[in-house]
Design a protein around this ligand. Structure first.
Ligand code: NAD
Length: 445
């Protein structure tokens, strides 16, 4: 569906009105199609800058070159990507490098450009001043994202200790490439928690993936992305969505499993199904429901239903999968949280509780499963253009769509891109994280 504000700005009859009213004119965001390229930064004009005394710049340069970037001094020229090694920012005086670099370079970054900052993890600092300086980079990068978002530029931050530098390759390719279109203002923590396994595998060939709630919307887009990457995908949805599920599976080349994940026998049925296939490598807990009402007006059954589907079913299935050892070494678990879970939301106490619970779940599980090379992360979408959000009344829908740095809603494919990245071997450094895909929504930011 064409964007209403863009239509108003670009129609001769309404352009003057849109300008006079000061309505934002959202830029057309560039998106990648098809499977991930071997060189996602091919031909991209890239500058790599660093604060003095940092430890990441050499690795960042090597990874960017490996991903096909054109690295040059590029003084005064237009840039597609700006990467900044802030690991040397350990004192207030060290912040001068932030000003000196970005004051000059921010306006050089082209529309749909990318900024990636890399900083030392605050928790690893022995000196409180160094911890503070590292944490401050987050405030800086989030502010920069809000300033540059009107040009479709994303700004993200990776916290990485010196011993996890080799894990920056995958995140650099994602956050500086065309697949992170709707991911901005995020701070990911890289670690050596998960043991690296099978990084030689190209794409997701040979992997079995299961995506719950994938008859439509974000789940369908995710299943399609995983198929594109070469995975064998099983799509799960409720009996009422059986027709749509089978249509989806036929269209994308996946296998259908009709199953209500909140049913008492769901874990056992899923286990039987996966045993026949020798286990599973990627589990995407996407199925989720809302039953919105203020708490005082909420019926007990709506409270229970949301808790059962969004939290109880995931806990029960995940426990059963782990107990039966059907989640293979090097596996990936990805839970769909929400910015409602990050910030809370009026009329969504049930939904927000469950979505916040998943943030806690991935942090705890990620720490537990690292020794088996399994990562566990959550993805928190903001306003995504799906049948669910299209049914919202006009005013809240327009507000939800615009209140972010990119001034537009995301596409299901944008969420699927982040999930596909977290499902891939190159994301091994990221576990226990919750990453928002929300165009840097102002809610909870
Ligand atoms: P959707 O309603 O379009 O699709 C959800 C799918 O899950 C449907 O096909 C539905 O039949 C299925 N499902 C529901 N209950 C199920 C059950 N018990 N067992 C199996 N399948 C079940 O939703 P969506 O917009 O694509 O959202 C997908 C996920 O992303 C959800 O967890 C949602 O909470 C989350 N999310 C969405 C948005 C957004 O803007 N669309 C924002 C934040 C979070």
């Amino acid at each position: 569906m064409p964007d209403l504000l863009r239509k108003l700005h670009h129609h001769p009859a309404t352009a003057w009105l849109a300008r006079a009213a000061g309505l934002p004119d959202p830029v057309e965001l560039l998106r990648a199609a098809g499977p991930t390229d071997a060189q996602p930064l091919a031909g991209k004009r890239t500058a790599i800058r660093a604060a003095a005394g940092g430890y990441a710049a050499d690795d960042l340069r090597a990874f960017a070159l490996g991903a096909g970037a054109v690295i040059d001094d590029l003084q005064g020229q237009s840039l597609d990507i700006l990467i900044f090694d802030a690991t040397g920012c350990r004192t207030p005086a060290g912040y001068a490098a932030l000003y000196d670099t970005f004051h000059a370079a921010a306006s050089q970054i082209a529309q749909n450009g990318r900024v990636l900052l890399v900083a030392a993890p605050p928790a690893a600092a022995t000196d409180p001043i160094a911890a503070a300086a590292a944490r401050g980079i987050e405030g800086f990068s989030r502010s920069l994202g809000k300033e540059l978002g009107k040009k479709g530029i994303t700004v993200n931050l990776a916290y990485v200790a010196a011993d996890a530098l080799d894990r920056l390759d995958g995140p650099l390719r994602f956050f500086c490439g065309a697949r992170s279109t709707y991911v901005s203002g995020q701070a990911v923590q890289l670690s050596t928690t998960a043991v690296a396994r099978g990084t030689a595998i190209e794409g997701l060939h040979g992997k079995v993936a299961i995506v719950t709630g994938s008859a439509r919307g974000i789940g369908m887009a995710t299943a399609q992305r995983l198929v594109e990457e070469g995975a064998t995908v099983v799509c799960v949805d409720v009996p009422a969505a059986s027709q749509a599920l089978h249509d989806t599976c036929r269209a994308i080349g996946a296998t259908a499993l009709v199953l209500d994940i909140a049913a008492a026998d769901a874990p056992a049925r899923l286990l039987d199904f996966l045993r026949e296939r020798g286990g599973v490598d990627i589990v995407v807990y996407n199925a989720g429901i809302t039953r919105d009402r203020t708490l005082a007006r909420m019926a007990r059954r709506d409270w229970d239903l949301v808790v059962d589907v969004n939290f109880g079913a995931i806990a029960a299935i995940d426990e059963a999968l782990l107990a039966a050892q059907l989640l293979r070494e090097g596996g990936r678990v990805i839970c769909l949280s929400s910015i409602s879970g990050v910030a809370g939301n009026f009329g969504q106490s049930n939904y927000a509780a469950t979505k916040a619970a998943l943030i806690g779940y991935v942090a705890a599980r990620g720490a537990q499963l690292g020794a088996r090379g399994i990562t566990v992360n959550a993805v928190a979408p903001g306003f995504i253009e799906t049948p669910m959000t299209q049914r919202m009344p006009f005013v809240p829908r327009e507000l939800g769509r615009r209140l972010n740095s990119l001034k537009q809603g995301g596409q299901p494919r944008d969420v699927a891109e982040l999930i596909a990245f977290l499902a891939a071997p190159g994301s091994v450094g990221i576990t226990g994280n919750t990453i928002r895909v929300c165009g840097q929504a102002l809610i909870g930011a």
